[in-house]
Design a binder for this molecule. Structure first.
Ligand code: S3P
Length: 180
């Protein structure tokens, strides 16, 4: 049994981290936290505005600070942004302070789930498919590197995916630890 103090979800945009995370948090009695929302609250600006004013690098700095703050606590389910694994310090913290679940999804599912999205700065372009493919090429190995468990969400509703995850987690993770 892994006694990590938090559950952490990683994976690309459109893998279902938020919708699955909310359900899973409820089942396990954890507090659901979306790292992007935490960044927005701390900064007082939307992710889109942050990208516009301080660029992706400025966003990544704020994302790192938010994750450090969140993961110091315990009893939370933290849904991370798709690019959080790019940073080695984030990856180390996730592994130290969380049981990490990689939610993976094929390009088609991602595109379908993100069809109506206008809020993600990296996707505000015509060649979304190309962008997602390139992000996956770079990030997929990093998702796998940090993951304690991998779930393919293709073809699953959020309810189905969270039920599957809950069953797998029951034998592998038992909350432990203290706030850092
Ligand atoms: C990003 C994913 C987004 C958000 C930002 C950048 C990425 O989070 O952090 O737009 O680099 O993949 P979600 O994965 O929750 O959409």
């Amino acid at each position: 049994m892994n006694p990590a103090p938090n559950l952490v979800l990683v994976g690309p945009m459109g893998a279902g981290k938020t919708s699955i995370g909310r359900r899973l948090a409820e089942r396990f009695g954890l507090q659901f936290v979306d790292a992007d929302q935490h960044v927005e609250q701390r900064t007082g600006a939307t992710i889109a505005a942050i990208f516009e004013h301080v660029g992706e690098a400025g966003f990544r700095e704020r994302e790192r600070a938010a994750l450090a703050e969140l993961l110091a606590d315990r009893g939370q389910l933290v849904a991370t942004g798709g690019g959080a694994v790019l940073d080695a310090e984030n990856r180390r913290r996730m592994r130290e302070r969380g049981f990490v679940v990689y939610l993976c999804a094929g390009l088609e599912s991602q595109l379908k789930r993100l069809q109506r999205d206008r809020s993600r700065p990296l996707l505000q372009r015509a060649d979304r498919e190309e962008v997602l493919r390139e992000l996956a090429r770079v990030r997929e190995p990093l998702y796998r590197e940090v993951a304690d468990l991998v779930l393919d969400t293709d073809g699953l509703t959020a309810a189905e995916a969270s039920t599957r995850l809950a069953l797998q987690l029951a034998t592998r993770w038992s909350i432990g630890g203290v706030a850092a």
